[in-house]
Design a protein around this ligand. Structure first.
Ligand code: GAP
Length: 454
């Protein structure tokens, strides 16, 4: 644990996610499976929001990036050419005493199986084996035969599906370098010491973009994408003091990289990689050209041929999801009652607004609340809640991060206005019931800065 780690703990976030149905341990009734999770209703909504905000920034609002959705299981030659079969591995040690397995380069994060728990190697009783390389790719078999010839892999990154489609896209997309190909989708890694909730999981949703540039421009684009991606995370509301950029040393870089910078977030477990931006050079297109015999190069209008260099921003929805929840979580006492609130960016929040009839059994209030709900749900994810006291209904929405609540009360029956309550400031104002839709449209487009920023 870093000495500057955030006050909110991972346990608090796990407990909120479980309690409010964001995330459940996967196959829980069978005892679960380490580091795999299932997403409940609010988790799905929040993930969808993160994915579409990424897609909007990467594809919709740009002229130079196109989309792709490649297969998860590719021809195994792809992974031989990319180097993953040979070197996509972590060093592993076993402890002969507690019989557990640890990453040799992350022993400080490991926990021994004995009681009281120790860090592996901490006591003379720890009997660790020599480190050996352990490939992170999940193997499977394609077809009826299960022998060496039928081995295939679940992709550990979406990037290779992009590289092997370079020629298809370059021919049809009417783009010339610099241009990018973006895709989102599941990746799988047999992580040795998974843990820390969603931070390191066996399957995660990658959001990757490969940006193909003339070789002479690669450094400029590498710096450009670090800045762009940092600004995107800030725009989601992550606080500045919890974000930083750290450049990898030469020893730390992946086999394909000539430069990598991590955008790090101050998680409860300390500063850790949120997103990586890598200069992959011509590594991947060259490897696939050599292994497949298909030339993956660019021919400019003068007939000059070259292999574009690649800059890659790569992130998982899971790392963003955890960072957003940690950043947004806040406990406070309001009117002598404890309030747990998720101060999420409204565009990230699973539910955009709640519609609450103050007295549900009052027919006038109930009818108007229903009608407003029916109108808004055609455009936004909103909730109608008429069970329990109004204070408890507000608290339920605060805890899942709903930015606004519209309350239909006595005054609504007189003048057709409603109260809108702001989740963060708790301020209330009145507006005509007929203007709620427009008010919400505007509110969702406004810039948002976390009220927790120092
Ligand atoms: N294509 C390059 C690549 O995959 P990486 O640094 O291995 O590079 C990129 O991964 C991003 O994917 C990380 O910054 C992180 O956001 C996410 N990621 C990697 N492994 C993960 C895991 N086991 N669980 C959740 N997210 C993961």
């Amino acid at each position: 644990m870093s000495e500057t780690a955030q006050p909110v703990t991972m346990e608090t976030i796990v407990s909120l996610c479980r309690r409010r149905g964001f995330v459940f341990p996967s196959s829980e009734i069978y005892g679960g499976l380490g580091s795999t999770y299932d997403y409940g209703h609010y988790g799905v909504l929040m993930k969808n929001n993160i994915r579409s905000l990424w897609f909007r920034a990467m594809v919709q609002e740009r002229d130079d990036i196109v989309a792709l959705d490649s297969a998860i299981i590719l021809n195994p030659s792809v992974w031989e050419a990319s180097g993953h079969v040979e070197v996509f591995a972590d060093p592993l040690v076993d402890c002969r005493t507690c019989k557990l397995r640890f990453r040799a380069d992350k022993l400080e994060d490991g926990r021994c199986g004995r009681k009281p728990s120790k860090r592996p190697g901490e006591t003379p009783d720890c009997d660790l084996t020599e480190a050996r390389q352990f490939n992170l790719m999940f193997e499977t078999h394609v077809g009826a035969l299960r022998d060496a010839s039928s081995i295939a892999y679940l992709r550990p990154e979406t990037a290779q599906g992009i590289f092997v489609n370079f020629k298809n896209v370059a021919q049809l997309a009417r783009r010339k370098p610099p241009f990018g190909i973006a895709q989102t989708g599941k990746s799988f890694r047999n992580e040795i010491t998974p843990g820390n909730f969603l931070f390191r999981v066996l399957e995660f949703e990658h959001m990757e973009m490969e940006f193909f540039v003339p070789p002479a421009d690669v450094t400029q684009w590498y710096e450009y994408w670090i800045e762009q991606r940092l600004a995107w995370h800030r725009g989601l509301g992550l606080r500045d003091e919890n974000l930083r950029v750290r450049e990898h040393s030469a020893e730390e870089r992946s086999h394909y990289s000539s430069a990598t910078s991590d955008i790090e977030y101050l998680y409860p477990i300390g500063w850790q990689e949120l997103e990586g931006v890598a200069n992959r050079g011509a590594y991947d297109l060259t490897q696939h050209t050599e292994h497949s015999g298909t030339k993956l190069e660019w021919i400019d209008p003068d007939g000059n041929r070259y292999t574009p260099y690649v800059v890659e921003p790569a992130v998982s929805i899971e790392r963003i999801f955890v960072a957003l929840l940690c950043d947004a979580y806040h406990e406070e006492v309001v009117s002598d009652r404890e309030r747990v609130v998720l101060r999420l960016h409204p565009q990230v929040a699973p539910v955009k607004a709640a519609i609450l009839p103050l007295v549900p059994r009052d027919e006038g209030m109930s009818t108007r609340a229903r009608a407003l709900y029916e109108e808004l749900r055609r455009h936004y994810l909103v909730e109608h809640d008429d069970s329990g006291q109004i204070g408890r209904r507000y608290r339920r929405q605060d805890e899942i991060g709903t930015p606004w609540a519209f309350t239909i009360d006595d005054q609504t029956l007189e003048d057709e206005t409603v109260t809108v309550r702001d989740r963060d400031s708790l301020a209330q104002e009145r507006l005509p019931i007929g203007g709620v839709r427009e008010w919400l449209d505007d509110a969702l487009e406004r810039d948002w800065v976390s009220p927790q920023s120092r």
